[in-house]
Design a binder for this molecule. Sequence first.
Ligand SMILES: [Zn+2]
Length: 165
Amino acid sequence: MSDNIRRLQQEPSKKWWNTKHTNLILKLDYAYVDKLLLNYSGDNFTISKGEFVCGEFHPKPEFTCEFCGKGRKKNKYTPACFFPTEVGYIYKCSNCETSHHLYQFLKIRNPEVALKYQIERWHRNLTGSSYNCPEPPKSIKREYYQRKEKELKERNKRMYQHKQG
Ligand SMILES: [Zn+2]
């Protein structure tokens, strides 16, 4: 995990990720970041900063750290943030030095949401070894394909009946 983050400092030719999808990932990530901020931080966060990543501007929300509890907005000290990078948002705290990719963070905070996020990324072909989000478990994928197959069969049946009628 932190190894991946360290590798972000590497030169472009050694990158293990594809920046073609960076902005898509960051947009998808931010929908989750946004919900996290509303659910967990109340209004104890600030979004007055941001970063340019692959030519697009992405907000960098700052808040009280979920892990060490340090930081108060009213004291203008918010050491934790969601930081936009080329591989997606990363949770970082400058006080306790916690850092997690968004998927890892979600897994700690809310495994159900983490799975939803994982499936959403998988549908967009944004999981696996070139990404910081693993593919969903086999059972989940099987369930998904079975459901799709059933839907397709039902649609074909309806179309057939429609033609016959
Ligand atoms: Zn912290």
